[in-house]
Write a protein that binds this ligand. Structure first.
Ligand code: HAS
Ligand code: CU
Length: 566
C-alpha cells in the first residue's frame, strides 16, 4: 500500500538506495543516536550540578560528565551522523558505492568504533577528565589518546571511501557536472582530512609520548595551536552537512529550487579555503603569539564569516523569495506565510537557520579581537556554541533524521510521528533559548566556563540574585531539563522509526539539483587540486612564522596536572 505521509509527499514509488549503502548508513546512525542519548544525559546531570540544583551522586566527578557530554555530542554524535548522511546522499545522487568503496567505508567505520569505544570507556570510568578539547596539561589515561588517534584514522579511511566514489563518478561521466550533494560532500571531506592532520599531529607526536611518560613535559602553546588549526575547521565540518541539507534538501521539501548552483558551490570552496588560517581566533588571549599574526587571522576570520555564511544567508533568502513569488506572494517577507511549518522535515532545519542568525552574530563578537577579551573563557562562549553546533547544526540533523531513517528502513513517518517531531523541535528551541540566553548573560557578567565550582562576584551585589538564582539556578537548569526531555523524545523517535513504525512507508529522500538560476558552473570550481593548493598556501602563510616562533622560543614545557581534577 502506498500512502502519502505528509502533504508534500508524492505518491510515486520511492527509489531506494543500494541495500549495502542502507546498512552502512544505518550502522552509523545507530551509534550516533545511542551516543546522543548518553551525551544528553551527561549534559542534564552536569547542568543541574552546575546550577546547584543537585549534588552528584557519590563517586561521579563533574568533569567526567562534562567530558562525556562534550565528547559524545560534539565529537561522536556529529561525526557518525555526518558520515551516515553523506554516504546515503552520495549513494542517492551519484549511484551506489562500488563494492571496494563500501568495503573501505566499513573498515573506516570499524576503526572508528574501536577508537570510540576505547575513549568512551576511559571517559566513563573517570580516567579521562580532560573535557572535549583535551587541552594539556590536563592529562588522560594514555590509551585515551590512542583511542582518539584510531578514531581519526577511521575518519580518514571513511573520507577516502567517499572521495573514491566521487572521483569514480567523474571518470565515468566525463564533461558532466557532478551532483551538488556530491560536490559539497567532497569539499567537506577534503576540509576534514586536512584539518584532522593538525589534531593527529599533536595527539601522536606530543600527547601520546607525554602521557606514556616518554617525555615529561609538553609544549602547551604548540599543542593548543595544532588543536585550533583543527578546531575551527571542525566547526565547519559540523556546519557544512547542515548547509548541504539547507541547499539541496530544503528546496525539495518545500517544492522550490536552489537559488544558484554555482553560488552554492562557491560557498563550499570558500569554506575549504577560509577555514584554516583562522584558528588563532580561539587563542586571542594567549601570550606567546604576536599581535600581528592574531590581526591577520582576525581579518581572515571576519572574511570567512562574511563570505560563505552571508552568501548562504543571501542564497536562502533568495530561494525563499523566488519560491514565494511563484506562489504569488508580495512584500519583503511575504514568502514566510507560504512555508510548510507543520512538516518537521522543514521546521527543524528552518529553526536551525533562525538560530544561526543569533549564533553568527555572537561568533562575530567572539572573533573581534577586543570584544573577545570580554567574553573569552566565560559562559558566553558556551552559549555561542550551544546556538551554533547545539541548535543550528543539531536541529538540522534531527530534521534530516525524521525522513532519512524511515527512508532507509522503509517504515512510515505518520502524521502522529510528525507531530511528535514538531513538539520535540519546539522543546529543543525553547530549552536552548532559555539555557543559552542565560549563558550569554552570565558570561557577560563574568561567569567562567569549564568549571562548576567558583565564585564570580566581581559585579554589583544587586546582580547576585540575578546571576546565582535566576540565571544559573533557574534558567540554565530549566532550559537544560527541557532539552533533555526533547533529546529523550528524539531518541525514542529514532528507535521507533528504525525498528517499530509500520513497514508501509513511502518516505522519499528529498534532494534536488535544480536551480532557479540555471546550471552554469565555471570549470575551475571542480578542480580540487587547485583549491587544495590555494588552501595549503593560506595555511603556510598564516601558520609558518607563529609556529616556528613557538618551537624556537619554547619555554621548558608543562608537566601533567591531572591530579587537580581527579
Ligand atoms: Fe564559533 C568559539 C567565531 C561559527 C562553534 N565556536 C566556538 C566554540 C565552538 C564554536 C564549539 O572568533 C568553542 C570552542 C571552545 O570550546 O573553546 N564562530 C565564530 C565565527 C563564526 C562562528 C566568526 N562557531 C561557528 C559555528 C560553529 C561554532 C558555525 C559550530 C557549528 N567561535 C568564534 C570564536 C570563538 C568561537 C572567535 C572563540 C571564542 C573564545 O574566546 O574562546 C562565523 O562562521 C559565523 C558566521 C555566521 C553568520 C550567520 C549567517 C546566517 C545564516 C542563516 C540565514 C537564515 C535564514 C532564515 C535564511 C554570519 C546563514 C531566514 C528566515 C527568516 C524568517 C528571518
Ligand atoms: Cu573558530
Amino acid at each position: 500500500m502506498k500512502t502519502a505521509i505528509l502533504k508534500s509527499d508524492t505518491f510515486e514509488e520511492v527509489v531506494k538506495i543500494h541495500k549495502g549503502d542502507i546498512k552502512l548508513t544505518l550502522g552509523h546512525m545507530y551509534v550516533a543516536f545511542i551516543v546522543f542519548f548518553l551525551g544528553a544525559l551527561a549534559g542534564l546531570l552536569q547542568g543541574l550540578a552546575r546550577g546547584g540544583v543537585i549534588d552528584l551522586p557519590a563517586g561521579i566527578n563533574y568533569y567526567t560528565l562534562l567530558t562525556a557530554h562534550g565528547v559524545f555530542l560534539a565529537l561522536v554524535f556529529t561525526t557518525y551522523f555526518i558520515y551516515g548522511f553523506c554516504y546515503a546522499g552520495l549513494s542517492k545522487t551519484m549511484g551506489s558505492l562500488s563494492d571496494g568503496a563500501r568495503k573501505t567505508a566499513w573498515v573506516g567505520f570499524i576503526t572508528m568504533i574501536i577508537g570510540t569505544a576505547i575513549a568512551a570507556v576511559l571517559i566513563i570510568i573517570g580516567d579521562a577528565n580532560v573535557l572535549y578539547t583535551f587541552y594539556p596539561p590536563l592529562q588522560a589515561n594514555p590509551y585515551f589518546y590512542v583511542g582518539l588517534a584510531l578514531f581519526v584514522i577511521g575518519n580518514w579511511i571513511g573520507a577516502i571511501a567517499m572521495l573514491k566514489h566521487y572521483f569514480a563518478w567523474r571518470k565515468a561521466h566525463p564533461g558532466e557536472k557532478t551532483p551538488l550533494f556530491g560536490f559539497m560532500t567532497t569539499a567537506t571531506m577534503l576540509l576534514w582530512i586536512l584539518s584532522t592532520l593538525g589534531v593527529a599531529a599533536t595527539v601522536v607526536f606530543q600527547m601520546i609520548p607525554w602521557a606514556f611518560g616518554f617525555s615529561d613535559r609538553i609544549n602547551l602553546l604548540l599543542s593548543r595551536t595544532l588543536f585550533w588549526y583543527f578546531g575551527h575547521p571542525l566547526v565547519y565540518f559540523w556546519l557544512m552537512p547542515a548547509y548541504i541539507a539547507w541547499y539541496t534538501v530544503i528546496p525539495k521539501i518545500i517544492g522550490g529550487k536552489i537559488f544558484s548552483d554555482s553560488l552554492a558551490r562557491l560557498t563550499f570552496i570558500l569554506f575549504l579555503v577560509f577555514s584554516f588560517p583562522v584558528g588563532l581566533h580561539h587563542q586571542l588571549m594567549e601570550p606567546g603569539i604576536s599581535e600581528f599574526w592574531k590581526y591577520i587571522q582576525v581579518a581572515l576570520t571576519l572574511t570567512g564569516a562574511v563570505a560563505p555564511s552571508l552568501l548562504t544567508a543571501f542564497s536562502l533568502f533568495a530561494m525563499f523569495e523566488l519560491y514565494g513569488k511563484e506562489r504569488g506572494t508580495t512584500g519583503l517577507f511575504g514568502w514566510a506565510k507560504k512555508l510548510p511549518y507543520g512538516d518537521v522535515r522543514f521546521l527543524a532545519p528552518f529553526i536551525g537557520m533562525l538560530f544561526f542568525i543569533l549564533a553568527g552574530a555572537g561568533g562575530i563578537v567572539n572573533g573581534s579581537h577586543q570584544m573577545n577579551a570580554v567574553v573569552h573563557n566565560t559562559l558566553w562562549v558556551v552559549g555561542h556554541f550551544h546556538l551554533s553546533v547545539g541548535s543550528t547544526v543539531i536541529l538540522t540533523f534531527l530534521g534530516v533524521a525524521y525522513w532519512l531513517i524511515p527512508y532507509l528502513t522503509g517504515r512510515s513517518l505518520s502524521p502522529t510521528m510528525n507531530r511528535i517531531g514538531i513538539i520535540q523541535t519546539i522543546l529543543w528551541t525553547v530549552g536552548m533559548l532559555l539555557m543559552s540566553g542565560a549563558m550569554h548573560i552570565l558570561g557577560l557578567l563574568g561567569a567562567p566556563r569549564r568549571t562548576a565550582y567558583t565564585t564570580y562576584s566581581d559585579h554589583p551585589e544587586a546582580l547576585e540574585w540575578f546571576t546565582n538564582f535566576f540565571a544559573n539556578h533557574i534558567t540554565v537548569s530549566i532550559g537544560g531539563t527541557i532539552l533533555f526531555i526533547s533529546a529523550t523524545i528524539m531518541t525514542i523517535s529514532f528507535f521507533y522509526l528504525a525498528l517499530g513504525a509500520p513497514k508501509d512507508g513511502n518516505v522519499e529522500f528529498p534532494v534536488t539539483n535544480e536551480a532557479y538560476n540555471g546550471s552554469y558552473m565555471p570549470k575551475i570550481f571542480e578542480n580540487w587540486t587547485f583549491w587544495v593548493g590555494i588552501t595549503l598556501i593560506f595555511i603556510l602563510f598564516a601558520y609558518t612564522i607563529p609556529v616556528i616562533d613557538m618551537i624556537v622560543n619554547a619555554p621548558p614545557g608543562a608537566p601533567p596536572i591531572n591530579h587537580i581534577i581527579k
